[in-house]
Structures are given as C-alpha cells and as structure tokens.
Design a protein around this ligand. Structure first.
Ligand code: DGP
Length: 112
C-alpha cells in the first residue's frame, strides 16, 4: 500500500527503532508509548484486520505470536506483558495495517 505508514516503515522509507526484523514481520518501538516498554509487531504484508485472515496470514500471525513469546524476555518483558490488537476505528485502530501492541515493562492494571 503506497500511503500506509506501517508499509513505509516496513520498506524502510520512514525510520523506526527496530528491535526485530525478518522476512515476515517487523517489531519496533511505538512512537507514542503507553507503557514503559511499548512495541509494535507488524506483518510486512498489508492487511487491516483479522477479518482478512486467510490460511497464509493465519500461519503468519501464529508464527508472529511464537516469535514474540520467544523474544519478549530479551526486550525486557520477562515479568509479563500484554498483547493488544485494535480492530477498527471504533476500537481505537488509527493505522489500518494490522499490528500487535506489546505492552509492559511495568505492572499493568486489568480491571473494569
Ligand atoms: P492503533 O491506535 O492501535 O492503530 O495504534 C497505532 C500506533 O502506532 C500508535 O500507538 C502510535 C503508533 N504510530 C503511529 N505512527 C507511527 C510512526 O510513524 N512510528 C512509530 N514508531 N509508531 C507510530
């Protein structure tokens, strides 16, 4: 996608603080961190939501979660972390390229 910010980051056209990259995914620091450690994991392929998962993207997402699980301790998240995927504008999705927020580095509250 020409105009997608995260596609531009994946292509290296916009700089980002990368912590991990391979052929399929990129993990970089969120520009507007909500917690002490706030990373974003994106697939390099452009799609917006889990409603667009096909077989190949489903494997990609599972593989991304596995990599996050393996690498999180190296990112300072050994005490635990939260994964969030906002789906649609009403849920707070501001960038229409699927991304997993990786939040941690401090105790996280979970209550109504
Ligand atoms: P969401 O609201 O779920 O769509 O999250 C989008 C996140 O992307 C938000 O926390 C801020 C972050 N973000 C937006 N633009 C950039 C950028 O150019 N660079 C980086 N590193 N993060 C960005």
């Amino acid at each position: 996608m020409e105009d997608c910010i995260f596609c531009k980051i994946a292509r290296g056209e916009i700089p980002s603080a990368k912590v991990y990259e391979d052929d399929e995914i990129l993990v970089f620091k969120d520009i507007n961190p909500l917690t002490k450690i706030h990373l974003l994991c994106i697939p390099k392929e452009h799609f917006k939501t889990v409603a667009e998962l096909n077989e190949q993207r489903t494997l990609l997402l599972g593989s991304a979660l596995k990599k996050i699980g393996a690498l999180a301790p190296l990112w300072g998240l050994e005490e635990g972390y939260r994964l969030v995927i906002n789906q649609g504008e009403a849920a707070g999705q501001s960038v229409p390229h699927l991304h997993i927020h990786i939040l941690g580095g401090e105790p996280l509250r979970w209550e109504k």
